[in-house]
Write a protein that binds this ligand. Sequence first.
Ligand SMILES: *Cc1c(COP(=O)(O)O)cnc(C)c1O
Length: 226
Amino acid sequence: MKSVAENLREIRASLPDGVQLVAVSKYRPTEQLRQAYDAGQRLFAENRPLELDAKARELPHDIQWHFIGHLQTNKLRFVLPHTALVHSVDSTHLLDAIEKWAITHDKDVNVLLEVHIGREQAKQGFSESETLELARSIDNSRTGSAWQWPHIKFCGLMAMASHTDEAELIDNDFSRIEKLWATIKTDCPRLTEFKELSIGMSGDYPIALRHSATMVRIGSAIFDID
Ligand SMILES: *Cc1c(COP(=O)(O)O)cnc(C)c1O
């Protein structure tokens, strides 16, 4: 039987330098998060606003929280005060609401744009062409004084591969997002904060690492212990 600490040690050993391990702790009891914390993990991600709010209040304050779930504009107050990075920005409507929150609270908010790359019908995320168009438009706006969403830092992209066991399909999904990410980095030089590529979960992170992942989001491989 393996422990959370052993799982973390093995996963960390398999990650190249510079790749951040985001421990996806959604639905897990705080006791398990404490085991990860005691094993040195400080970066956790949740996907439900109220659960994030409750855990962030209860657990040590040197934890860095990320948000990876669908975010409704009426739930920002549960998420943004605790969150170092929102991976799952999937609409301009949400960007408008985050900007409004940021102005009110006099803060900058770090986000990734969620891109829909999998074969499943899109539930969440911008299409690849929408993402490129949006990034170019934000970059363009920064040539002048009328910046689009000036309180939002566009730190990179997040995506999930198709839900499949076929490594080739996953490889194809990740290579498309990798290219898109590289294109935006060259085409949008004013997005100086645009550096992160959040791809890879428990089942497919070794493939993501071959496609320039800078963050992997891993839940079950850390927390499922039988
Ligand atoms: C749950 C979740 C993960 C982690 O999935 P595992 O397969 O448990 O590693 C990663 N990213 C997102 C967006 C998730 O919702």
